[in-house]
Ligand binder design. Structure first.
Ligand code: SF4
Length: 332
């Protein structure tokens, strides 16, 4: 885990009861029959604080809303309800200079850097463009700044004159990171940053990110489905299930004593985790329900071995427990 001391209670990005519902097509027949329009409930009242200088990991099964949350936090998706605040300001209300400043300060690094890099621009041209658009330094200093960025992401100087197709997947991720760093952001949002890379390359890119986070005091949101990687890099971890955060806490506490039955099951399902470090022996059974018609009450109740009648009707609130974790479960 990162050893940088971050500043607890100094929130840089906060998510307040965020809802993201995607409308489905509304067939004429349904309209004529007066049937309500259907929505995919991708985020359902998510509350989460990202502290200045921390790496916050987000884990959960595919389809749990991790990427939707990441995109909402970087301003690529509007929330249907609730707010996302950057340094206390509602990002949906930012306009003009304030919006451009937010766009510079919160940068996203994508899973597939190839699709986000212009295939006809060399690395040097891409970085020159990023530095010029945001007026990051005088024109004469751009070449020196580009060399600095290459060093930061551990790419050789001759990479500057090459095109994206001349690099490996791991090197392309480094180029994506250098482009994000060119505008000196405060926050990096990394959505499945390394999941398309070979395991050996994954470790190199994750260690680079860890190093950069410490060196530049960045706040990093690290979205991944690999629980070991998330543990390695994160100060705190949030566990998502079907569009909701069910547990959030300090990484080691959460991995050693998971409190929510879903967190326990998720850790149990990870093949390489040390069994002595897990909580109660709960295994994950059944499919993730559809976000089109999620279960009532606690959304995990259809798969939870501890389900009670109350769980089927009453949604548990994410509340702080004596160990410091926040957990949404009636039994904890
Ligand atoms: Fe299980 Fe009930 Fe807790 Fe949900 S609220 S996780 S169903 S015990």
């Amino acid at each position: 885990m990162s050893e940088t001391t971050y500043s607890p209670n100094l929130s840089i990005l906060s998510v307040e009861d965020a809802m993201v519902h995607f409308p489905l097509a509304y067939p004429l027949l349904d309209r004529l029959q007066g049937k309500p329009r259907k929505y995919v409930q991708a985020l359902n009242g998510v509350r989460l604080e990202m502290q200045r200088g921390e790496t916050l990991g987000i884990v959960g099964e595919s389809g749990c809303g991790k990427s939707t949350l990441a995109r909402a936090m970087v301003g690529l998706l509007e929330t249907s309800d609730g707010k996302i605040r950057f340094n206390g300001k509602d990002i949906s209300a930012l306009q003009g200079k304030a919006r451009r400043s937010f766009n510079r300060q919160v940068q996203m690094i994508f899973q597939d850097p190839y699709s986000s890099l212009n295939p006809r621009m060399t690395v040097g041209q891409m970085l020159t463009e990023a530095l010029s658009v945001h007026n990051m330094c005088p024109k004469a200093q751009i070449p020196a700044r580009i060399l600095e960025l290459m060093e930061l992401v551990r790419l050789p100087a001759d990479a500057i004159d090459k095109l994206p197709h001349e690099f490996s997947g791991g090197q392309r991720q480094r180029i994506g990171i250098s482009r994000a760093l060119a505008v000196q952001p405060d926050v990096l949002i990394a959505d499945e940053l390394v999941s398309a890379l070979d395991v050996s390359v994954q470790a190199q890119v994750v260690n680079l990110l860890l190093d950069l986070q410490q060196k530049l005091s960045l706040s990093v949101l690290f979205v991944a489905h690999d629980l070991r990687l998330v543990r390695h890099i994160s100060h705190r971890v949030a566990v998502m299930y079907l569009g909701e955060v069910v547990e959030v806490g300090d990484t080691e506490t959460l991995y050693q004593t998971p409190l929510h039955p879903y967190t326990q099951a998720l850790l149990n399902a990870a093949p390489s985790m040390d069994p002595n470090e897990r909580g109660k022996n709960v295994s994950l059974t059944g499919e993730l329900p559809s976000p089109l018609s999620p279960p009532s009450g606690c959304r995990f109740h259809t798969r939870c071995p501890h389900v009670t009648e109350r769980c089927r009707t009453e949604r548990p609130i994410l509340a702080q427990k004596p160990g410091g974790q926040h957990v949404a479960c009636h039994l904890v």
